[in-house]
Design a protein around this ligand. Structure first.
Ligand code: ADP
Length: 494
């Protein structure tokens, strides 16, 4: 059975009952839905009710002539397929009927197969027409959807609270939303279409956006966030990323802007507050510490009291170091440290730190060695106090977080434009989950091994702050139970 047949209605109009019944039998078996009429007026009535897609129409009937029925049907439904049934004698009439818009004709009397072929051909045409209409409809719908989607996306971008700027592959700005224009303090006349200089005052950011636009960073890796300040003092944070097409080809860059002026101000006030409080606490604490030292040295005999006061003295010492660290951090933030760079012989500086700390190493039965690769390493242009703080902290940590009898090695060599210092220990190591956090303020790893070790959690933040001030990089690699390696790269000319 023809699958499409069930949905196609056929009306057979013929005054001969044999033809009507014969056609009905044959076509019903093929799955078509059949209606029959013996006269023209009856045919028009049924047509109005059931709306068949195909009409088999005898041209010679009593009453309304077949040709007139054909004309009327065509007016009612121009897409209707009319197959004219006609005797041999009236082939000319059939041709005339075709001219009037009949689709096909079948001579009378016909064989069942002839009827099947003619009707199937008409059904196929209907199927194809329906298919085409469906595709057309889908196409129109998709286009309409796309259009709505496009304008919806545009509306969303236009209403985003964050500034958005998009470039093409040549770095030309192709989109800038109202929030972007506002945050960059651009007038409404700065419509998209110009080059980056007209929108971004920060040269560093412009260079980055241009690089991304031209296809660098398509892997989204190592794209730095940029902060910059506008002429009126507003501080903005910009995040740039590539825009990729279906085949991951670069189509340009997208930059989002966030106004962080108030966050910066809050940060500044916080640092100022911490610095003030630390400063105020330091002198009285130092006095208490000294007084305790005097009392202890004058105390004779009474063991428990001496023990108590010694503990108190240790605690004040811890507090004094803590306050010292806080003040150091504030100074780094304010840029008060590393302001006096001068040529430093890094090998000598490391040697003297190692020498100074070797007393502590000996006390724990640890080996502390230094290895320098290559001779005549260049001097480094930096503040020696900052360098002492960096490597003093790292080596001191290595001694602290390595058990008795462990090995600590300091390596110095040159790699490209940098001097590289590695502080390697075979101590406790640091679990993966802590590695990203140990440079955060006050972060300390608390586990079975480190539980009894006192500290402030400020050493590594100070080290990182100083390394960055010297335009360097610090990295850490560590395996729990095997040890840690802290690597510092410092440019020879900072
Ligand atoms: P502190 O030593 O005062 O706790 P730091 O900021 O110097 O603070 O270090 C933060 C944490 O990083 C330490 O508490 C310690 O758990 C871990 N850490 C630092 N250096 C090492 C090291 N060489 N080996 C193992 N853990 C370390």
């Amino acid at each position: 059975m023809n699958k499409d047949a069930e949905t196609i209605r056929i009306l057979v109009v013929d005054d001969e009952r044999d033809i009507r019944e014969g056609s009905e039998r044959i076509l019903s078996r093929m799955g078509y839905q059949l209606q029959t009429a013996a006269r023209g007026d009856e045919a028009l009535e049924i047509f109005a009710k059931v709306r068949p897609a195909i009409v088999l129409l005898d041209l010679k009937m009593p009453g309304m002539d077949g040709m007139e029925v054909l004309q009327r049907l065509r007016v009612l439904d121009p897409s209707l397929l009319v197959i004219v049934i006609t005797g041999y004698a009236t082939v000319e009439t059939a041709i005339e009927a075709m001219k009037q818009g009949a689709y096909d004709f079948i001579p009378k009397p016909f064989e069942p197969d002839q009827l099947r072929i003619v009707v199937n051909r008409a059904a196929e045409k209907i199927r194809l027409t329906r298919e085409t209409q469906k595709l057309e409809l889908e196409k129109t719908r998709t286009l309409a959807d796309l259009d709505t989607e496009k304008s919806r996306l545009r509306t969303i971008i236009e209403s985003l609270p964050d500034g958005v700027l998009v470039t093409n592959t040549t770095g030309q700005v192709v989109l800038l939303n109202p929030a972007g224009r506002k945050v960059l303090k651009l007038g409404s006349e700065t419509a998209p279409g110009r080059s980056l200089e007209d929108y971004l005052p920060d040269e560093d950011l412009r260079r980055l956006v241009l690089e991304i636009s031209k296809g660098k960073h398509v892997d989204f890796e190592d794209i730095p966030e940029k902060e910059f300040t506008l002429a009126d003092g507003t501080t903005l944070r910009a995040l740039a990323q590539p825009v990729l097409g279906d085949r991951r080809e670069c189509l340009g860059a997208i930059v989002t802007f966030l106004d962080i002026t108030s966050l910066k101000e809050l940060d500044r006030l916080k640092s100022e507050f911490v610095a003030k409080v630390s400063h105020e606490l330091r002198s009285p604490l130092s006095t208490i510490h000294e007084q305790l030292a005097t009392v202890i040295s004058d105390l004779v005999g009474t063991e428990p009291q001496q023990h108590m006061l010694t503990r108190a003295k240790e605690k004040t010492q811890t507090l004094i170091s803590f306050i010292g660290d806080m003040l150091d951090l504030s100074r780094i933030e304010e840029g008060l440290i590393c302001r006096e760079p001068r040529p430093v012989h890094l090998e000598e500086l490391l040697q003297s730190i190692v020498e100074f700390l070797s007393v502590r190493a000996k006390a724990k039965n640890q080996s502390l060695t230094i290895e320098v690769a290559g001779r005549d390493l260049p001097e480094i242009e930096a503040d020696p106090v900052a360098l002492e703080s960096i490597f003093g902290n790292l080596i001191s940590n290595a001694l602290t977080y390595t058990p008795e009898g462990g090995r600590i090695r300091v390596e110095l060599d040159r790699t490209g434009i940098n001097l590289r210092v590695k502080v390697i220990d075979n101590g406790f190591g640091i679990a993966e989950k802590h590695l990203g956090k140990i440079f955060d303020r006050f972060y300390r790893v608390k586990d079975e091994k480190t539980r009894y070790i006192t500290g402030t959690g400020l050493g590594l933040p100070i080290v990182k702050g100083l390394v960055e001030k010297l335009s360097g990089i610090i990295e850490v690699a560590s395996t729990p139970g095997e040890g840690s390696t802290f690597t510092v790269l410092l440019p020879v000319k900072s």
